[in-house]
Design a protein around this ligand. Sequence first.
Ligand code: ATP
Ligand code: MG
Length: 205
Amino acid sequence: MTDHKNTDKKAHYHKVRMQRKKAQIDASMARADGEKGLLLVITGNGKGKSTSAFGMVARALGHGMKVGVCQFIKSRTDTGEEAFFGTHQNCEWHVLGDGFTWDTQDRDGDIKTSKKGWQIATQMLADPSYDLVILDELTYLLSYEYLDKDEVLNTISHKPEMQHVVVTGRSAIAELREMADTVSEIKDEKHAYTSGIKAQQGIDF
Ligand code: ATP
Ligand code: MG
């Protein structure tokens, strides 16, 4: 067969395959026509959980939506995300931690701080004017039992109907995963830190 004929044949098979694919995609899109406020859980050991949440903050703000961000555990207020989003008039940003648990080494203090932070989150989760609420690193407050699990799950489950909520952090508990509409487990394949590279501005903070 000549090269020319071969190319024609390939183009023909490609077209047939794409037509079939389009029919499948159209059918699946026609099925997915529901709308509601979602609970998303971004968990796992790989890098990209909080930054995924901040990507959704950018999307929501771009659509003129109101966003609330609660950052648990961490205490640094010099991150690029806070500098960028914190000044946006539709974005309310709260850093609610005292630092990593291995730095504070103070369970009672961490519990007190977590409860105070959770009150701010609770207000957002009861206020339909927030279209998107980010609960960054909330998973640790549940896995370390700093907060009452039932109270947290109950508050999230009673959020306004159209409000989206994103929870990030490693080791999300099973009940939270079950409740969620979307769960992503980010796998750690490799990370620059393990080859001796410190946290990089613009990438890690
Ligand atoms: P990011 O905020 O970059 O999306 P993350 O939310 O997925 O990261 P965290 O557990 O919150 O991860 O940790 C935040 C910091 O730790 C970031 O500097 C990130 O690059 C780093 N980090 C995340 N995953 C790993 C890993 N598997 N090994 C080493 N460092 C990591
Ligand atoms: Mg994170």
